[in-house]
Design a protein around this ligand. Structure first.
Ligand code: ACM
Ligand code: ZN
Length: 504
């Protein structure tokens, strides 16, 4: 099989495709400059949108057009899927396999520029290999943002050189609660973290798949692991424990303490050094005001900054806004933009912030109306830690909720917005919180095939979405999961379950 390509921008993509293709099929691809002789032709078409591609498979030749490397990459991903599908039905002739590709004409362009997936490694730590596997899965779905949730009450997962105790102490918990916040613990030390070098390796690995890594340092709440390492940064001074339970905790960062603010600024300086992304996620969710109300330093900050309560916000709400805005200013001065969870709308929203809507879509709609950019991750559609079936007896123990495949597919991230407001919706992503997801197998089970449904929300124009059509293509996907040794939830089991119930 020989291929020709025009344009240096595609050389890199093509080289990696050659290797991938050979691994999958055993067929060696060599490149030639003559189009006529080539089995696969890649050519640059500047009239196409940045991530768009055209794939034309005729009996004679496979032709791919794109404007940018990402477009070629996506076309080649589709090609690999089309080929492998036929491997399943492939004929082995005298030990030799035959491969085929259906003739197709595809013109594809994503509906949204932000096509993300978030992995929480604070609650459970999966390690570099699994993160790469998740990135691989994302890449087959042509997703382009990996939101890496790296800090939590239960573990701090990224090396910060100026604060070594964050990972010496903060990356390890002595015990983990059993079940749903019972009084029983496993009394087993648990943890792990990424060195800066390892994190950079992930950034590079993702980049080679046209995926940007967006780090999240969640502040000023969800900080118990950091407080266990540096108790002087909390309002009470501790002692604190890397948290063995799940939930929202009252001990948060002391914003009145200039040392805590300096800590955040120092952490951000190292974070932007590791992660070249335009956006840095700074959390902002679930930060109780309890400690700030009683803390003399926080109250002094409220006075000196003249933070005032009004009918909608307390002075402590404004204290959180003060913290977010200060970090935003710092990051903006370094050419970066912040993302915050929708709680940042409670107070004065940091002026350039992009809002990630998670408590349903209301926060995202409000933010878009205020002129902020928005990423829609409403929990009732996008929380992949929620159950996939109402019959939870036959599912792995999960946090709750119910987000079946069809619900994911049905998301329209721009619903209830005017055309002008809809322009602020950068896109959508799924979030995988991992309190109840201790293993890589379970990560895959929760993600597949829901990620396929999400990918169609991210790529397909609204008027072309069709769930019935999607379900007819699922069997092919399941074949790919089996081929790649991925764990997944059998998508038709729910129907089988309900049929069985009806028969009783
Ligand atoms: C969140 O689920 N606390 C963002
Ligand atoms: Zn305080």
């Amino acid at each position: 099989c020989i291929a020709s390509y025009r344009g240096d921008s595609v050389t890199l993509v093509f080289d990696s495709f050659k290797d991938d293709f050979q691994k999958a099929t055993g067929i060696k691809v060599t490149s030639v400059r003559s189009e006529a002789k080539a089995g696969i032709v890649l050519s640059v078409n500047q009239t196409l949108a940045p991530e768009a591609y055209k794939l034309d498979v005729s009996p004679k030749q496979i032709r791919i057009e794109a404007a940018r490397p990402a477009g070629f990459y996506y076309a080649l991903q589709t090609l690999k899927q089309l080929i492998s599908r036929h491997v399943m039905a492939g004929v082995a002739v005298g030990g030799r396999q035959e491969w085929s590709i259906p003739t197709v004409e595809i013109e594809d362009v994503p509906r949204f520029e932000w096509r993300g997936f978030m992995l929480d490694e604070g609650r459970h730590f999966f390690g570099k290999d699994e993160v790469k596997r998740v990135i691989d899965i994302m890449s087959t779905y042509k997703m382009n943002r990996f939101h890496w949730h790296l800090t939590e009450d239960q573990g701090w997962r990224i090396e910060i050189k100026k604060y070594p105790k964050l990972t010496e102490i903060g990356a390890w918990r002595d015990r983990t609660v059993i079940g749903r916040n019972t009084e029983e613990y496993d009394n087993t030390r648990y943890g792990g973290f990424y060195t800066q070098e390892q994190a950079k390796e992930i950034v590079k690995y993702a980049g080679e798949r046209y995926i940007t890594v967006i780090p999240e340092v969640d502040l000023p709440g969800h900080m118990l692991a950091a407080l266990a390492a540096y108790p002087e940064m909390g309002c009470t001074g501790g002692p604190y424990e890397v948290c063995p339970r799940w939930g929202v905790f009252e001990d948060v960062l002391c914003i009145g303490n200039e040392k805590s603010m300096q800590f955040l600024e120092d952490v951000m300086a190292e974070i932007i050094d590791i992660f070249p992304s335009k956006y840095i996620h700074i959390g902002g969710d679930e930060a109780p005001r309890t400690r700030w109300k009683k803390c003399p330093k926080c109250q002094a900050r409220i006075r000196t900054e003249k933070l005032k309560a009004d009918k909608n916000h307390t002075a402590e709400d404004r204290l959180q806004s003060y913290c977010m805005t200060r970090i935003e200013k710092l990051l903006n001065s370094k050419g970066r933009q912040i993302i915050g969870w929708d709680e940042i709308l409670e107070g004065d929203v940091a002026p350039n912030a992009t809002v990630m809507s998670w408590r349903g879509s209301a926060g995202g709609i409000k933010a878009a109306q205020l002129g902020h950019d928005v990423i829609m991750t409403p929990n009732d559609y996008c929380y992949f830690d929620y159950y996939q079936s109402e019959d939870t007896r036959h599912e792995p123990f999960a946090i709750g909720g119910f987000v079946p495949l069809e619900k994911v597919y049905s998301l329209n991230p721009t619903a209830s917005l005017t055309e002008e407001q809809a322009k602020h919706i950068l896109g959508t992503q799924a979030n995988l919180w991992t309190e109840y997801i201790p293993t890589s197998e379970q990560v895959e089970y929760m993600v597949l095939p829901r990620m396929a449904a999400l990918a169609e929300v991210q790529w397909t124009q609204l008027e072309k979405k069709d769930y019935t059509n999607f379900t007819t293509r699922l069997a092919g996907l399941i074949g790919l999961y089996r081929r790649d040794g991925l764990n997944y939830r059998e998508p038709f089991r729910q129907q089988a379950d309900s049929t069985a119930t009806e028969k009783k």
